[in-house]
Design a protein around this ligand. Structure first.
Ligand SMILES: Nc1ncnc2c1ncn2[C@@H]1O[C@H](COP(=O)(O)OP(=O)(O)OP(=O)(O)O)[C@@H](O)[C@H]1O
Ligand SMILES: [Mg+2]
Length: 285
């Protein structure tokens, strides 16, 4: 705990606003939402203020993993019925959540007044956080790339499967052009050796062909406790805190905290970029 407190101070000194992290993947179903929720909870348990923004357009399900039933979601915000602050729900350990909506696509069509209002509200909410985690979804759509760009720091999640690694490479190739700071997480590894080999393969390709560094944040073991936690709608870092996957997520959180926040381009910059994103039209990427 002492070490966590020291790291917390370090992060607070270096950053005035929140560190904004987008969780993305090339291939779907590799574990982004589980990572977002459990990483957010670990940080929240350690005393950080964490806000999760369910930005997986049309497929948001962070609330389900947390066992929460939001009364409102982004749809009401977009419709102008609710403010963003009004739809935020509190999860375990003080974690805060902006529940996603299948109507999120409509954000792109917001009139400029409402768009401005929403962004101002998000900005003011984020200044009170230490971390904002965006569960940004899979693939290389314009929206996902825009969230990654807006966040500045990107957690690329893959499994050791060749298909997932290939899709991760495809995504990183595009992120490389956007200049985001990318980190790698390999999920569902049978052993550390398998994880290390998969990470090295991807890191080597990224270094060789994209001339980029892809720091490894860690591995998460293939663990039955993850599926069980999903079924029970109780995140495994809380309901099964001693299991391998939970220890792995904690190690990732420590590594993330150890990475100087000054490397990132988080803070209010995020909202300027987000504003530009919603101002963009289809086909910009
Ligand atoms: N470390 C793990 N060990 C075992 N099973 C896992 C692990 N991580 C994820 N899973 C399984 O994979 C499923 C998909 O995970 P999750 O929903 O987090 O992926 P996702 O990347 O968010 O998917 P999508 O792209 O559809 O949003 C989970 O329901 C869980 O059963
Ligand atoms: Mg998901």
């Amino acid at each position: 705990m002492d070490q966590a407190a020291r790291l917390r101070e370090l992060v607070r000194e270096k950053e005035s606003g929140a560190r904004v992290l987008a969780v993305v993947s090339g291939k779907g179903g590799v574990g982004k939402t589980n990572l977002t929720v459990n990483l957010g909870l670990v940080l929240a348990k350690w005393g950080y203020k964490v806000l999760i923004f369910d930005a997986d357009l049309g497929l948001g399900n962070v609330d389900i993993l947390l066992g929460l039933v939001p009364r409102w979601d982004l749809r009401q915000v977009i419709n102008g019925e609710k403010s963003l602050a009004e739809i935020i729900i509190r999860g375990p350990a003080g974690l805060q959540l902006i529940p996603g909506a299948s109507g999120l696509q409509e954000l792109a069509d917001l009139d400029s007044f409402r768009q401005e209002k929403l962004l101002q509200e998000l900005e003011s909410l984020a200044t009170r956080q230490d971390f904002v985690l965006l569960d940004a979804g899979a693939g290389i759509s314009r929206k996902i790339l825009s969230f990654a760009l807006a966040a500045g720091e990107v957690l690329v999640v893959t499994t050791p499967e060749p298909t997932a690694l290939t899709d991760a490479y495809g995504l990183i190739k595009i992120l490389a052009r956007l200049g985001t700071k990318n980190y790698l997480i390999v999920n569902r590894v049978a052993s550390e050796t398998e994880g290390r080999e998969a990470a090295q393969r991807l890191q080597q390709a990224v270094r060789r062909f994209l001339h980029l560094d892809l720091p490894l944040l860690g591995f998460i073991a293939e663990d039955r406790a993850v599926g069980q936690a999903v079924h029970r709608q109780q995140p495994f870092v809380l309901s099964a805190s001693g299991v391998k996957a939970a220890l792995d997520v904690e190690a990732i959180a420590r590594k993330l905290l150890g990475r100087a926040a000054s490397e990132s381009k988080a803070g209010s910059d995020f909202f300027q970029k987000l504003g530009r994103l919603f101002g963009r039209r289809k086909g910009d990427f």
